[in-house]
Ligand binder design. Structure first.
Ligand SMILES: Nc1ncnc2c1ncn2[C@@H]1O[C@H](COP(=O)(O)OP(=O)(O)OP(=O)(O)O)[C@@H](O)[C@H]1O
Length: 291
């Protein structure tokens, strides 16, 4: 049990499949047992960030617990990152990539224990053209998949597989120039991932050396799909073929698409097409309650 006395719970009523009443019950029971003053905000999809920030400024809770998918966690983190609160996470989205990276279990009871627990770490964020990425953002193949999946009619694994096949047939490689403090190079790419974390919500470990608290993020540049290289990534093998895959740790980087606009997604949300991304690390962006 932590010594803080006020908690704000933010719940996204439409994310994922989990019954949100179970979340309300679990958190209300916990705060009753502990004698904690609980306030609840249910998101509407309109001005949520601003409202959450105002609530935290007025109520001054020591902890804000976000229940939803990555979109909701990110929204809450951005709203309160400079207000000296701890962010607790209850995974309740369809993919929950951030929770997977933190090792927060899907079980509601365990997630509540962790969200109210003593263990916490400060994590970095990546600023991308002024927006915030806590997890994994990318241009190219995966962003097109995110777009197709958002527009597709079938959800779940079947929908994902269908959109994956469609995406592979539509996708085209692009040329990109990457400029960091240390180097500038041009290359053909299938995908460029801006990775603060390690794993996509599907569990694919794209960035084995990723650490959300080290003051760096990685650019993972893949030139073509290759099963052996993918298997190496999945097994955490760092001896990658540089002809196909390059991973660099950076504090800032400019990514310019040289021949066309390219599909772009941040933390699972499709953002349209872009030609240029200016990215830099935001060290120790927010403190998160972890297992
Ligand atoms: N009451 C609401 N009605 C409609 N949309 C909402 C509401 N509250 C939040 N939203 C929208 O929900 C989206 C965020 O969803 P979130 O990422 O949390 O869940 P998800 O998409 O199910 O999960 P995941 O990101 O894991 O796939 C945002 O686009 C936000 O605007």
């Amino acid at each position: 049990m932590f010594s803080e006395r006020k908690v704000l719970l933010v719940v996204n009523p439409i994310s994922g499949d989990l019954d949100k009443n179970e979340i309300f019950d679990a958190v209300i029971n916990r705060t009753n047992e502990e004698g904690i003053d609980l306030r609840i905000y249910t998101t509407t999809g309109n001005h949520d960030g601003q409202i959450i920030r105002e609530m935290v400024e007025n109520l001054r809770p020591q902890r804000v617990i976000a229940a939803g998918g990555d979109g909701t966690i990110s929204l809450v983190a951005q709203a309160v990152h400079d207000l000296d609160v701890i962010l607790g996470i209850i995974p309740a989205g369809s993919a929950n990539g951030l929770s997977v990276d933190f090792g927060i279990p899907a079980s509601l009871e365990e997630a509540v224990d962790i969200a109210f627990g003593e263990n916490k770490i400060g994590i970095d964020a990546v600023s991308i053209n002024g927006e915030i990425s806590l997890h994994l953002s990318d241009i190219g193949l995966n962003a097109l998949l995110v777009k197709n999946y958002e527009n597709g009619e079938t959800r779940g694994k079947m929908g994902y597989a269908r959109e994956m096949l469609k995406t592979l047939s539509e996708h085209e490689n692009f040329n990109v120039r990457i400029t960091t403090n240390d180097e500038s190079f041009e290359t053909e790419a299938l995908i460029v991932i801006i990775a603060n974390a390690q794993k996509y919500g599907t569990g694919v470990n794209i960035n084995p050396q990723g650490n959300m608290s080290d003051g760096f993020y990685e650019l993972v540049i893949a030139k073509r799909l290759d099963f052996i290289e993918t298997a190496k990534i999945l097994t955490g093998n760092t001896d990658l073929n540089p002809e196909i895959m390059k991973i660099i740790s950076v504090e800032n980087a400019v990514i310019e698409c040289l021949d066309k606009e390219v599909y772009f997604q941040i933390d699972g949300e499709y953002k349209g097409q872009v030609k240029k991304l200016e990215t830099h690390i935001l060290k120790d962006y927010i403190t998160v309650a972890v297992p």
